[in-house]
Design a protein around this ligand. Structure first.
Ligand SMILES: Nc1ncnc2c1ncn2[C@@H]1O[C@H](COP(=O)(O)OP(=O)(O)O)[C@@H](O)[C@H]1O
Ligand SMILES: [Mg+2]
Length: 268
């Protein structure tokens, strides 16, 4: 089980020259075990800050977060992170990257090796296990990152724009992989993205955040992630509600961006 309760969380960054930024204000969220939550919003609305607080990398200034009732007060193995890129050991083999967590915990190789093999198969990298990470394409590197995260068997997977650096075609394949992994593992997943399409396709629940202060503007419960498991995502996009929801969210974000631009111009 991995029920996440985010209770009235606010985050204020004090600036060195005085003043402060209210990055998050009164965030309340109940995320049920096994939920796939996508988070969308303009730059600077606090998405990364929220994820870092859930990861335990940052301490919120108000409120608290509980995972199955236990207060989160720092990083822990039950929460795994997948970054956009650059978090792998490039000179090490794929297999070594994936077994890094179990190795650090002192799990004997005989015990971890079959699981590492299973994960490499799951993400489609079985034939590449002895390659060095720097030899792989960006999409394959993100597969390694996913497998490495899963090797620690976290209850919650936190992803900060994990597919943001990939080309369109690779990204589509990886979106399918994320859905397959979600179904296969039953993990709770929070996925941040800049892409409205990605948020729609991958979030059975989707949060739209607004900036200054960072807050939840609107949330949706959507059928597309469930429909997309093992299916062609392009077919899912033909669902009658897909385009209308996409248009609604796009104009919401456009409005926010315009407001930000207006304010910035006013300040300058
Ligand atoms: N360490 C920090 N110190 C000061 N301000 C920060 C810090 N981290 C983030 N911020 C500010 O908090 C706001 C939210 O940032 P962030 O969470 O990175 O947004 P997002 O990921 O949605 O683009 C922004 O205004 C950003 O400049
Ligand atoms: Mg961010």
């Amino acid at each position: 089980m991995a029920d996440l309760h985010i209770d009235n969380v606010s985050m204020r960054f004090d600036l060195p020259g005085g003043g402060s930024i209210q990055a998050l204000k009164n965030i309340n969220l109940d995320i049920k075990s096994g939920q796939l939550l996508s988070v969308l919003g303009p730059s600077g609305c606090g998405k990364t800050t929220l994820l870092n607080i859930v990861a335990g990398f940052l301490a919120q200034t108000e409120g608290d977060i509980r995972l199955d009732g236990d207060v989160i007060s720092g990083p822990g193995p039950e929460r795994g992170m997948v970054f956009q890129q650059g978090a792998l050991f490039e000179w090490m083999s794929v297999r070594k990257n994936v077994s890094f967590g179990p190795d650090m915990k002192g799990v004997p190789k005989a015990e971890s090796a079959p699981e590492v093999d299973r994960l490499l198969e799951l993400v489609g990298l079985k034939e590449f296990k002895d390659k060095a990470v720097y030899e792989l394409s960006g999409g394959m590197q993100q597969r390694v990152a996913l497998a490495r995260c899963l090797a620690n068997d976290p209850d919650v997977i936190l992803m900060d724009e994990p597919l943001g650096a990939l080309d369109a075609l690779t990204r589509e394949k990886m979106q399918s992989l994320v859905l397959d992994l979600w179904k296969e593992t039953g993990k709770t997943i929070i996925l941040i993205t800049h892409s409205v399409e990605e948020a729609l396709l991958l979030g059975e629940r989707l949060l739209v955040m607004a900036p200054r202060p960072g807050r939840v503007q609107k949330e949706y419960y959507l059928p597309f992630a469930e429909l997309g498991v093992g299916a062609d995502l392009r077919e899912v996009k033909k669902h009658p509600d897909y385009n209308s929801t996409r248009e609604e969210i796009l104009s919401m974000i456009w409005e926010m961006e315009e407001e930000i631009m207006g304010r910035t111009e006013g300040e300058g």
